[in-house]
Design a binder for this molecule. Structure first.
Ligand code: PLP
Length: 338
């Protein structure tokens, strides 16, 4: 509000407000252990979404491949296709706890592979990749000269242990694109503020695309993020938020634990569950339509997140505890009644 009153409503530098870039450089350094130059290696974007389009448009030649571990947020494949690239799904297995198997990852790498997407914690599974997996994926990327698009937008939603960035295993490599956003951590999805940190050579290429996509971000929204990042109440806010989301996850896992026809890998992060549900022989779209129309329960069909996921649905627990308790109880009752 102060920024608006001051009249901060005009174009700004392509890379975003300098003070914000400086604060973000500190934040990124604390996550990655690496320092990025706020003038040459950081760009404030219109959400992580714009960073994804920038990466695809700046780095992919027609037909080059991007490996996407699935189930995955469906924008990755769409952005790659819009840029003329080819998404290559790597099917993860529920029986592996949605863990990336580095040996299977190696088998889908070809001379055309240009990038791999790493989203941990994950939308839609809530899975958090282990340090061993992160190191193995980083080693494969380094050995094959493949960019890593590290989408760590759910970094503050980790319920067991601390968040670990794959950046920790990529050293000073040019191959890292570290992406984050205010959307989830600060509940600011409508403000459209994200950021991408990368080596100067890569950041320059991203910025050349960014200037033609959006020119720059929105200055007063960027001031809002800067105020959040520098607020002394931030650590307490993040701690309370994490505890609240963890409690919501437990409401769901307890409610679904003993329901026949449900298989669930308990989420370790983000705010989603991705159960496999068998109910009256319905496939995912029909199941979601039934639950919405007959029982007022909104879920997303699993096949949105990958071709092999039609037995699954995604449940988000982004709304209040009260809503989660009511929804979890109702879904369990409906499934039990059969
Ligand atoms: N990345 C993942 C994994 C997401 O789940 C989402 C939104 O749901 C985004 C990125 C979009 O982020 P933003 O709002 O910063 O564009």
């Amino acid at each position: 509000m102060e920024a608006l009153r001051r009249g901060e409503v005009h174009y700004i530098a392509n890379r975003g407000i300098r003070d914000l870039r400086e604060a973000l450089a500190k934040d990124v350094a604390s996550e990655t252990g690496r320092s990025f130059d706020p003038d040459r290696e950081l760009i404030v974007t219109t959400g992580a979404s714009e960073a994804l389009s920038m990466a695809a448009l700046a780095l992919l030649e027609r037909g080059q491949e991007v490996v996407i571990p699935e189930p995955a947020w469906n924008h990755y494949a769409a952005a790659v296709e819009l840029a003329g690239g080819s998404p290559v799904p790597l099917a993860l297995l529920q029986s592996d706890g949605w863990r990336i198997d580095p040996d299977r990852l190696s088998t889908v790498i070809t001379p055309r592979t240009r990038m791999i997407v790493l989203n941990s914690p994950s939308n839609p599974t809530g899975a958090v990749q282990t340090p061993e997996v992160l190191k193995a994926v980083a080693d494969i990327a380094l050995a094959n000269n493949i960019y890593v698009f590290a989408d760590e937008i759910y970094r503050h939603f980790v319920y067991r242990g601390e968040h670990l960035s794959i950046a920790r295993y990529l050293g000073e490599s040019d191959l890292l694109l570290y992406v984050n956003s205010a959307s989830k951590s600060f509940g600011m999805s409508g403000w459209r503020v994200g950021w991408v940190a990368a080596a100067a050579r890569v950041s320059d290429a991203l910025n050349r695309v960014h200037q033609y996509l959006t020119v720059c971000g929105v200055p007063f929204a960027q001031r809002g993020l800067l105020a959040s990042l520098t607020d002394t109440r931030l650590p307490a806010y993040l701690r309370d938020m994490r505890a609240e989301f963890h409690a919501r996850a437990e409401v769901w896992t307890r409610a679904l634990a003993s329901v026949g026809g449900v298989e669930l890998v308990n989420p370790a992060g983000a705010f989603y569950l991705f159960p496999r549900i068998r109910f009256r022989g319905l496939a995912d779209h029909a199941l979601c339509a039934h639950m919405l129309e007959e029982h007022g329960l909104a879920m997303v069909p699993g096949s949105v997140f990958g071709a092999g996921c039609s037995g699954h649905v995604r449940i988000s627990y982004g709304l209040s505890m009260q809503v989660q308790r009511a929804a979890a109880t109702r879904l369990a009752e409906v499934l039990r009644a059969g």
